[in-house]
Design a protein around this ligand. Structure first.
Ligand code: AP5
Ligand code: MG
Ligand code: ZN
Length: 218
């Protein structure tokens, strides 16, 4: 059983490597960012509350986020394990996660930190665009759709830039997340779960390294 937490600053490649891990290991991908974006698109109560923080690049309050993750982890479809992408983001959330996973008997087994320097993060975020229909992620420089203006995954022609990828928001988002990055790494270093991976390599190379940490299951 692999229960993984993927730690990394905005643009580090958490979503990208999660897709590759899911393909091989069949883990359930839990991205709080994706869940919030879906809730925002559906204009649910959580979505409307989250929007006011996300569009500014601030963190959604810990209680709201922890409750969302608790509900998701409680569902019965998590069979081969899970990947938490973008949660926990504060020590309060890390402690909440420990309580939740203890109760559900689904403890974290690995933490991987994707290391990417700030300049590269800014470049990646400014070049990222998304499919409006299915949320697939692209990049003007490194990952254009295979067929011009057509989503590889769902065939839609509708793309958009995330509100929080606009340059004025990215600056605050990086600052907010950088503040918590070292304490979180220290937290998982102390309990022996943390491995760091160089996230500045090609997506294939990054996955190769992550795969090795996860045990290279055939
Ligand atoms: P979230 O959606 O999680 O955003 P994030 O952490 O800022 O991370 P991103 O999704 O921007 O980046 P990523 O690491 O997934 O990179 P990606 O693979 O797309 O959260 C959004 C917001 O929700 C937060 O700001 C906060 O407000 C709120 N929120 C979420 N969780 C919360 C929590 N726990 N507590 C409180 N608030 C919370 O890659 C980026 C780009 O680079 C893409 O274009 C990709 O194609 C490209 N790329 C990826 N890897 C490579 C590579 N190896 N080489 C070249 N290009 C690459
Ligand atoms: Mg992401
Ligand atoms: Zn799509």
């Amino acid at each position: 059983m692999i229960n993984l937490f993927l730690l990394g600053l905005p643009g580090a490649g958490k979503g990208t490597v999660s897709e590759q891990i899911v393909d091989k290991y069949h883990l359930t991908h839990i991205s709080t960012g994706d869940m919030f974006r879906e809730a925002m698109a559906n204009e649910t109560k959580v979505g409307l509350e989250a929007k006011s923080y996300i569009d500014k690049g601030d963190l959604v309050p810990d209680e709201v986020t922890a409750k969302l993750v608790e509900e998701r982890l409680s569902q019965s479809d998590i069979k081969e394990g899970y990947i938490l992408d973008g949660f926990p983001r504060t020590i309060v959330q890390a402690e909440a996660l420990e309580t939740i996973t203890k109760r559900l008997n689904k403890p974290l087994t690995k933490v991987i930190s994707l290391e990417v320097n700030e300049k590269i993060l800014i470049n990646r975020l400014s070049a990222r665009f998304m499919c409006k229909q299915c949320g697939a992620t692209y990049n003007k420089i490194t990952k254009m759709p295979k067929l011009k203006d057509t989503c590889d995954r769902c065939g839609s022609h509708d793309f958009y830039q995330r509100e929080d990828d606009k340059p004025e928001v990215v600056k605050n988002r990086l600052e907010v997340n950088e503040k918590m990055n070292t304490p979180l790494k220290d937290y998982y270093q102390a309990n022996g779960l943390l491995t760091s991976v160089n996230g500045e390599q090609t997506p294939e190379k990054v996955f190769e390294n992550v795969d090795a940490v996860l045990g290279n299951k055939q």
